[in-house]
Design a protein around this ligand. Structure first.
Ligand SMILES: [Fe+2]
Ligand SMILES: [Fe+2]
Length: 267
């Protein structure tokens, strides 16, 4: 059976992008030969049309399919009327008319949820309707089930005081019930991987939580650099490879193997 090879890319923040990293990221994604790029939001810095167009053009330039959800920066912060009435209009117009994509393709299932809200400054929420959607979206048989949100469903070691997305716990219980394998998120601009059943005791399944750093913006946290994650499924094994920007190129920072077992995934 063919491996499934994905790249998790997040927090591009066009408007504050570093052109050298943007070019390096495209070249590295081509080198990694991924089947699909999954983008977990904050494509722009200020939800400007020119920034959405730059993000879209960059995604198209990679030459492989991509799936995206919006982040809090993709809602206009400084235009309150648009923010209140049509918060995702720029994103929908330029990036994707469907901010909550559902993909079933070649054994891969991806559900993306839109977590930013106009009434939350930078936080996010998964509401009851979205939890219900998790319950129905993954009904078909699949080799890999991926849930993607912008806001994190777990706290990273580097930023232990950051808030998780509102509704994270009930969303994860729903995800565990339908056999989700991996939850992808961004927003914190750090790279992290966790066993979500340890972060959230009581989950009936061991799912993997993956966070990647900002992919190509200058908004890097202390001790971090721009990064993204390659996920490669072959048989019952899932390889997570963190690629980080260093000395003018992307290089592998860490590789972690996870193995599928009866109750989910173990390192
Ligand atoms: Fe961000
Ligand atoms: Fe964000």
């Amino acid at each position: 059976m063919q491996p499934i090879r994905l790249a998790h890319v997040t927090d591009l923040h066009f408007g504050t992008e570093d052109p050298a990293v943007v070019a390096g990221l495209r070249a590295d994604l081509v080198r990694q030969d991924v089947d699909r790029v999954l983008v977990s939001g904050d494509l722009t810095m200020r939800a400007r049309a020119v920034q959405f167009h730059a993000a879209r053009a960059w995604l198209e330039s990679i030459g492989c399919p991509w799936t995206s959800v919006p982040g809090n920066h993709d809602l206009p912060l400084d235009r309150p009327l648009i923010r209140a009435v049509r918060p995702l209009s720029g994103y929908r117009w330029v990036v994707d008319a469907h901010p909550e994509p559902l993909l079933h393709l070649g054994g891969l299932q991806v559900l993306g949820l839109s977590t930013p809200r106009p009434y939350l400054w930078k936080g996010g929420r998964i509401d009851a309707g979205q939890v219900a959607r998790i319950g129905t979206a993954f009904a078909q048989p699949a080799r890999l089930r991926v849930l993607m949100t912008h806001h994190p469903v777990f706290r990273s070691r580097q930023r232990p005081r950051e808030r998780v997305v509102r509704g994270a716990e009930r969303a994860l219980h729903a995800a565990a019930r339908v056999g989700v394998d991996v939850v992808l998120c961004g927003h914190d601009h750090v790279q992290a991987q966790v066993d979500l059943s340890q972060a959230w005791p009581g989950l009936r399944r061991r799912m993997i939580g993956v966070m990647s750093g900002t992919a190509c913006s200058r908004r890097i946290r202390a001790g971090e650099s721009q990064s993204y994650t390659v996920l490669e499924l072959s048989g019952k094994r899932l390889l997570l490879r963190v690629r980080r920007w260093r000395a003018n190129r992307f290089e592998t920072l860490a590789e972690t193997w996870w193995r599928r077992s009866a109750d989910g995934w173990r390192k």
